[in-house]
Design a binder for this molecule. Structure first.
Ligand SMILES: C[S@@+](CC[C@H](N)C(=O)[O-])C[C@H]1O[C@@H](n2cnc3c(N)ncnc32)[C@H](O)[C@@H]1O
Length: 246
């Protein structure tokens, strides 16, 4: 399954806001604003502006990178959407103007880079764009050890009177890649919405950060700074670029 930076938007932009609400936007905005602390901020994969627009509304200078012009078109339609500078491109390149005090990458989107090499490249390029003392916040799920033991799955996501949404997945444990096919079956027909994710464990993400010269400063099990434990299903991790000793 071949996924480019624009593919997610081509498949999802039309109904992204309606179908992809993680239910954590308010607390995410609060924590990102606290960590950004008024510094120039960049969101990788800004999407339709779910986080960037409320952050910009607080007075924070927020820039974005996004692979899908269709997602950015949705952002532009919203109040304040014409004021956020967005570069169209692959977020692994982190090709935006200038340097930033804070960069963030939310909602498992690191895993939309479908190889370890691209994820490592992303961290290296973020480090180049960060000012000394700058921070990089990453939110991803913690891979489910039980699920990653099987090489395939099929599950019902939503069952209605005249519709059913199914999700089939093939798992490659060597590359840590899961290919999903979501099937929305209605009386009108079948809509296919594929997705590829290359998952990484928190320790591997820390190593990518370390290779780029970033150190883990905080790890929480949720946006409300819940402790990160063996039971945590997701993590919000903040990495810091050190300040050179004079
Ligand atoms: C799950 S959405 C997250 C959007 C937004 N950050 C949010 O939290 O609502 C993933 C986003 O990543 C973008 N994307 C995926 N791969 C990309 C890539 N390689 N370069 C740039 N954008 C990419 C998609 O177009 C989509 O907007």
């Amino acid at each position: 399954m071949k996924f480019g930076p624009e593919t997610f938007g081509e498949l999802n932009a039309e109904d992204y806001d309606a179908l992809h609400d993680p239910g954590t936007t308010d607390e995410s905005v609060e924590l990102i604003a606290e960590i950004a602390a008024g510094r120039r901020t960049l969101e990788l994969a800004i999407g339709t502006g779910r986080l960037a627009l409320p952050l910009a509304a607080t007075g924070l200078e927020v820039h974005g990178i996004e692979g899908s012009p269709l997602m950015v078109a949705k952002l532009r339609e919203k109040p304040g959407g014409d004021t956020v500078p967005v570069t169209i491109g692959d977020f692994a390149d982190v090709d935006a103007d200038g340097t930033f005090g804070h960069v963030f990458l939310a909602f498992n989107t690191l895993f939309n880079l479908t190889s370890q090499a691209d994820q490592v490249r992303c961290f290296a390029n973020v480090a180049k764009r960060l000012e000394p003392g700058g921070t990089f916040l990453v939110e991803t799920f913690v891979p489910d050890a039980e699920r990653t033991r099987s090489d395939q799955s099929l599950r019902a996501m939503k069952v209605g009177f005249k519709s059913v949404w199914l999700e089939a997945a093939i798992h490659d444990p060597v590359e840590q890649v899961i290919e999903f096919q979501r099937m929305r079956i209605t009386e009108q027909g079948v809509r296919l919405v594929p997705l590829v994710m290359r998952y990484a464990w928190p320790a591997e993400i820390d190593l990518m950060a370390n290779l780029a010269g970033l150190q883990l400063k905080h790890r929480w099990g949720g946006w409300r700074k819940e402790p990160f434990t063996a039971d945590s299903r997701m993590h919000v991790s903040v990495y810091e670029k050190s300040v050179p000793v004079a």
